[in-house]
Design a protein around this ligand. Structure first.
Ligand code: ZN
Length: 170
């Protein structure tokens, strides 16, 4: 199973980044990752590379990434349908060049038909912070970025006098 996932992951990575991923040393590890335990949320897979390395890309041109990459796959992910598993691998393959779900990541994801998030079925979270230094917590969900921004703005306007702050998260 590990070898199969590795092969599929490499195939998806090649579709996005071309031959620049040929020489990467990719390992697959089946198990829960640290964030999984911290957030108590199902994270289907994550890409791990040395902390000192921040991948960089321009569009689908890979500029910099780690030579050694570990694809951590949650055991439950192996139970997903072929199509869902493929989407998870595509998503992680995109992380080879983009560490976070930033604008460029999302643009490429859309271009390649890759889901941006797997938690909450792709909904975007609107998070609220009630005082400086406090944790942002999810107060609403939206289907599109536009909808999320609007909801965040409305909440901000409503609670501005209380000093609440808002952000959206994919
Ligand atoms: Zn991701």
């Amino acid at each position: 199973m590990k070898d199969l996932i590795k092969k599929q992951f490499k195939t998806e990575a090649k579709k996005i980044w071309g031959s620049s991923v040929d020489n990467l040393n990719i390992k697959v590890r089946i198990g829960e990752n640290i964030n999984q335990k911290k957030h108590k949320q199902f994270v289907p897979a994550s890409l791990e590379m040395p902390k000192c390395i921040t991948p960089r890309a321009s569009g689908n041109v890979l500029l910099k990434t780690s030579k050694n990459i570990t694809l951590q796959v949650h055991p439950e992910t192996l139970k997903l349908s072929k199509k869902k598993l493929k989407n998870v691998l595509k998503h992680e393959a995109l992380h080879i060049g983009y560490f976070q779900h930033d604008k460029e990541f999302r643009r490429l994801a859309e271009k390649f038909g890759i889901p941006i998030t797997f938690e909450s079925d792709g909904l975007i979270k609107i998070k609220e912070q009630c005082a400086k230094g406090k944790r942002f917590r999810t107060v609403a969900m939206a289907k599109t970025e536009q909808e999320a921004r609007k909801m965040g703005q409305d909440l901000y306007n409503k609670n501005r006098s209380k000093g609440y702050r808002y952000m959206i998260e994919w």
